[in-house]
Design a protein around this ligand. Sequence first.
Ligand code: C2E
Ligand code: MG
Ligand code: MG
Ligand code: MG
Length: 285
Amino acid sequence: QAKAQGRNSLRFFKPDMEVVVAARAALETDLREGLRQEQFLLYYQPQVDSKHQMFGVEALVRWQHPQRGLVPPGSFIGLAEASGLIEPLGLWILRTACTQIAHWSHNPAMAHLQVAVNISARQLHHARFVEQVLAILDETGANPERLELELTESQLVEDMEGAITKMKKLKEHGIHLSLDDFGTGYSSLNHLKRLPLDQLKIDQSFVRDLLIDANDLSIVKAIVGMGHSLHLSVLAEGVETQEQRDMLEQLGCIFYQGYWFGRPMPVAQLQDWRSPGAVSTSSVD
Ligand code: C2E
Ligand code: MG
Ligand code: MG
Ligand code: MG
């Protein structure tokens, strides 16, 4: 196989449509089997405030594949969407996250946590999406106020009116709504002001070069200002260094998520999570 010989031989590899189609079909069969055998699990990544207190987590799906090991979502969410398998998988993800919320409600150290769940376009546009979410909350006994759904601009513009109607219903039940990967999509300011959101998540691509790219700095500053003027909280994704965190704070962004604070981790590890450079609540001087 050309790929096995390393990067440089990739250019000699002629993708054969039949091979590509067969590989996709095999992955789809695997996905279906993975769902049946519950090979999926959720990792959780801390979301912190300006004092580095964890106020929430983002649930990020992983696939524990019997041969391929732990597979990241980038390798299968696309196919799950294209094949329609995202519908049962998405329901499993929501149910698992809500079960965790209900579980944490009995744990004083974790009961305050908000759990953010990524929703794919196909899930949101399903005619019964709102009913599905409410049924899962009911079934698991999770407090809707602890659930946050992450949507993206590109999925909203597919059917803005339909999406707004659903978002309003979800909000009536106390569910929080966040706009993921903000700044990479197409939504106009006019759309943004109509969306019943609680939070904007600044895409990690703007945070990455914040300290070296003046354009990214301007963009982040603009997003923070815009978010705040619309009364939204603004969270920066992909914070990998203290310098990035400090610059974000200077720009007025006080909610963070990223490797510097903690990588996505299994739930058992989250209990032992300690923030780097935790800001003491009492005065040090
Ligand atoms: P996302 O929702 O924007 O999630 C953030 C991604 O950035 C995660 O990748 C996370 O591990 C990664 N990340 C977090 N902090 C840092 C950092 O400091 N530096 C860098 N370089 N990366 C960081 P992950 O878990 O591989 O997920 C990738 C994407 O897959 C997610 O992007 C989301 O769009 C999708 N996804 C993940 N879980 C689910 C899910 O349960 N359902 C659906 N529909 N999509 C999911
Ligand atoms: Mg997300
Ligand atoms: Mg994101
Ligand atoms: Mg929030």
